[in-house]
Design a protein around this ligand. Structure first.
Ligand code: DNO
Length: 392
């Protein structure tokens, strides 16, 4: 089977390792969340967390994420120093026996949703991306220069309607959802207690005003080439997470969104340690992506898999789907990965809030009951696929 892993946010996570071993989790996906971005992950700190995980009979399978600082992305004056530190952290992880590293190269915003509790009609709720609300945030709250040019007349008409009814509370909710609640816990740029998130966000966008997609690609290549010798020495599998959603947003360059993008960064640094986190959910949120076709094409360079799915609507909205539904086609994906690269670590992702999850204050997308149900569903799929393939 693929390795059943679970994203765990460290000792502060309300979902404990004891709970996880009881539901069949094998590997843990986590990070040193208390180390500020850009600082070295020491052998002591890594060993301490690894040993704690192992004391539950589990293993630390994947790092998600070893964050790449903004300055490495936009090519700031301190980037070489930061890359050196990144290399030390990588070598330290390798020395401690942890070899798979998920990271992203998304400028400013790690992932974006407008609604964290969109009702499903059966008492559960899921994450939702409302394109018009996102446009409202961009044009009315952020007031980004030239933002209107990025939206259709139809979307802008919806923004006009919203302007008539939106209260400060609605605006606050959008800010919270788009740049606060979805960011802090993934070591993003904005933390829950930041007082002026919109202003911080504006100054971050400013850093990218001259960064074209070509420039960002150049910077990604520079970063990857610099770290490959350490990856070769310690057998470190770097796997970039696709942009979520895989679309151009807020005037930022986004370079991991589609087949051509993936092909570009894999070929730019043709080393098997330069690989992909196949996030089926993120890729599925772009109507341009045929997710099973991408899996077929890139399985060999995939080191880690996020299994989730979305439904995309004609107006550009999308919503997280059941792990057995939506446009990602998880059944087919498991078949492809098991045939081409058996035993890859996979985790379920972004499951609904259900059966009291909503009262627990979990990180957005990371419910307990919802993810447990999803893991059960995916485990069933994996068992059937292994049976089909004659894997014992
Ligand atoms: C959100 C996650 C992302 C992901 C990072 C990887 O739920 O998929 O935050 O962990 O982008 O660097």
């Amino acid at each position: 089977m693929m390795e059943k892993t679970w994203r765990w946010f460290g000792r502060k996570d309300k979902i404990t390792l004891d709970m996880l071993r009881q539901i069949g989790v094998e590997g843990i996906v986590t990070a040193l969340h208390d180390v500020p971005n850009g600082e070295i992950w020491t052998v002591e700190k890594i060993t301490e967390l690894r040993d704690y995980i192992e004391s539950f009979g589990l293993r630390w399978s994947v790092v998600e994420s070893l964050p790449v600082c903004e300055s490495i992305k936009y090519g700031g004056p301190d980037r070489d120093g930061l890359i050196e530190k990144y290399k030390v952290s990588l070598a330290n992880l390798g020395k401690c026996g942890i070899h798979t590293i998920c990271y992203n190269f998304m400028p400013v915003l790690d992932w974006a949703r407008t609604d964290l509790e969109n009702p499903n009609g059966d008492g559960t709720s899921s994450l939702y991306f409302n394109h018009a609300e996102f446009a409202y945030f961009d044009c009315q709250i952020l007031r980004r220069t030239g933002a209107e040019a990025d939206y259709t007349a139809e979307t802008l008409a919806k923004v006009e309607e919203m302007k008539k009814v939106f209260t400060p509370k609605d605006e606050h909710r959008l800010v919270e959802n788009i740049i606060v609640k979805t960011q802090g816990f993934v070591n993003g740029n904005i933390k829950e207690d930041d007082e002026k998130p919109v202003e911080i966000f504006r100054s971050l966008l400013e850093l990218y005003k001259d960064i074209t997609p070509e420039k960002l690609r150049e910077n990604m290549k520079y970063f990857l080439e610099a770290i490959m010798p350490v990856c070769d020495e310690w057998d470190m599998n770097m796997c970039v997470h696709p942009d979520d959603p895989p679309l151009q947003i807020l005037g930022l360059p986004r370079i991991v969104t589609c087949d051509k993008d993936i092909e570009w960064f894999l070929n730019a640094v043709p080393n098997e340690h330069n690989g992909l986190t196949f996030c089926a959910g993120s890729l599925s949120a772009g109507a341009h992506n045929d997710v099973p076709a991408l899996a077929e094409k890139y399985a060999k360079r995939t080191h880690f898999v996020h299994l989730r799915s979305t439904n995309v609507f004609p107006n550009g909205d999308f919503k997280e789907a059941s792990h057995l539904g939506g446009r990602a086609n998880i059944i087919e994906l498991v078949r492809i990965f098991q045939k081409q690269k058996p035993g890859l670590p996979m985790r379920v992702d972004h499951a609904p809030l259900m059966l009291g999850d909503e009262k627990m204050g979990y990180n957005a997308g990371y419910s307990f009951h919802g993810r447990m149900l999803a893991l059960g569903q995916v485990e069933g799929v994996m068992a059937v696929v292994d049976n089909e393939l004659g894997i014992k």
